[in-house]
Design a protein around this ligand. Sequence first.
Ligand code: PXP
Length: 255
Amino acid sequence: MINEYMSAKLNVNIDHVATIREARKTIEPSIITAAVICEQAGADGITVHIRGDRRHIQDRDIELLRDVVTTYLNVELATTEEMLKIAIETKPDAVSLVPEKPNEVTTEGGLDVVGNLSTVRAMVKKLRDAGIFVSAFVDPVHEQIETCQSIGIQQIELCTGEYAELTLGSKAAHGEGAMRAAQEVKRIHDAAVHAHGLGLKVAAGHGLTYRNVGALAAISEITEFNIGHNIISRSVFTGLYKAVEEMIEKIRVVQ
Ligand code: PXP
């Protein structure tokens, strides 16, 4: 279905504000100020990823954000006992389960829920028992989506990494590049419709930009975007408030 009447929510991922701070192991830029500015600019929520190696977001950030964020706090984390403890202690509005490899530059694809069924199922149960809304970051693959639904996951976040890769630079401007990007949009669309039909909420994210988000914003089953690197990158030049406003404008479809 094409989204003509309403727009999806935007959660701004502010990990890379912490990346700059951690580059000097200092106190600035403040992740708390960043969260407040994002909210003031109209963001519907704040997303952060606390990694096992703590390369950007730290435990204390999650505690402070829990106190400060008034919209919606979504914390991405891996399916480990350490992360489960952090989630249960800080109680974000939502937890997004993601795969994590120690040396990856960023998350590489969705969580293999099918291949890690017992671990994921146990984590989902504990999170839900603690009253936390559970999302899982998965590739647009029907089997993964169906398995998420069968173990009580409430939302899937479709990994848009492959689409993002296909739209980098001038790749999707014409010819085969444009065709492959269109095919990937269709794959994401089909997955979103399938998940929605199973009663799951549908989010999307990874590698999305001001240039490529429009095609996905038109898919009405997708009700939430998690976007970070591109917004924080633009904010270096425009300021964070304006960068967030401009992304909201790109997600908003013709009313
Ligand atoms: N969604 C998930 C599950 C992620 O892991 C990330 C990256 O942390 C994002 C969305 C945001 O990706 P980007 O920074 O490329 O916008």
